[in-house]
Design a protein around this ligand. Structure first.
Ligand SMILES: *Cc1c(COP(=O)(O)O)cnc(C)c1O
Length: 219
């Protein structure tokens, strides 16, 4: 299927999931995850009117998006991969939304860069719901205090939480945990659900789903 036909298909599946749980489709934002795909693969989606994209590496995004942002003006670019503090300046310059705030050092360097560049980014905190040692994110039990310290110590407004459940587990309990934590933290957005499980994530309240291979094909 060509990229824009896949886009129609994913929109229909989002609408159907929303209908199943009495949600409005406008409450779910589809982030098209274009990592590893080049401009030729991305452009059909832009031509079809899609504007919300996600990348997981700052350096890779820098090779594609500045040129595309010049040609299509209202692009909303999301960083969904780990952020190193030496990449914060580049991330703030290029991205509109950062999903992976997960430690005080990153919070501090984001404050500094957003101030210096006069460029506010929308921010989410990544939670390691499965407490996997190799995975980024704040542990569930530290989430509330971290979100509060972002606000009280750094003056950062956190808009939501993001998680990547363990690959081999049923994602439902992880989505439920993320929703519970977001309620405790009083943040609005839930970034959860990928190609294999975005419909389940919507039933658990996802407001942002991150879909890559179902839109662009296998990586
Ligand atoms: C790659 C990636 C996705 C998209 O994964 P698919 O299974 O291809 O839909 C979503 N979220 C994150 C953080 C990713 O790195």
């Amino acid at each position: 299927m060509a990229g824009h036909h896949r886009l129609d298909d994913i929109h229909q599946r989002i609408e159907k999931s929303c209908a199943n749980c009495d949600r409005s489709p406008s409450s779910v934002s589809l982030i098209a995850v274009s990592k590893t795909f080049d401009t030729d693969a991305i452009e059909p989606l832009l031509v079809a009117g899609h504007r919300v994209f996600g990348e997981n590496r700052v350096q890779e995004a820098q090779t594609k998006w500045p040129a595309l942002k010049e040609r299509y003006h209202d692009i909303e670019l999301h960083l969904i991969g780990p952020l190193q503090s030496n990449k914060t300046a580049d991330a703030v310059a290029l991205f509109d939304v950062i999903h992976t705030v997960d430690r005080p050092k990153i919070a501090r360097s984001l404050v500094k860069e957003m101030e210096r560049q006069q460029k506010p980014c929308r921010l989410l905190v990544q939670v390691n719901t499965g407490e996997e040692p190799q995975k980024a994110g704040i542990p569930p039990r530290e989430t509330l205090s971290f979100v509060q310290s972002c606000k009280n110590e750094h003056g950062l407004a956190i808009e939501g939480l993001m998680a990547i459940p363990p690959f081999e587990e049923n994602p439902g309990p992880h989505f439920a945990l993320l929703r519970k934590l977001a309620n405790e933290c009083r943040v609005r957005h839930l970034s959860m659900g990928m190609s294999a499980d975005f419909e389940t994530a919507i039933e658990f309240g996802a407001s942002m789903v991150r879909v890559g291979s179902a839109l662009f094909g296998d990586r």
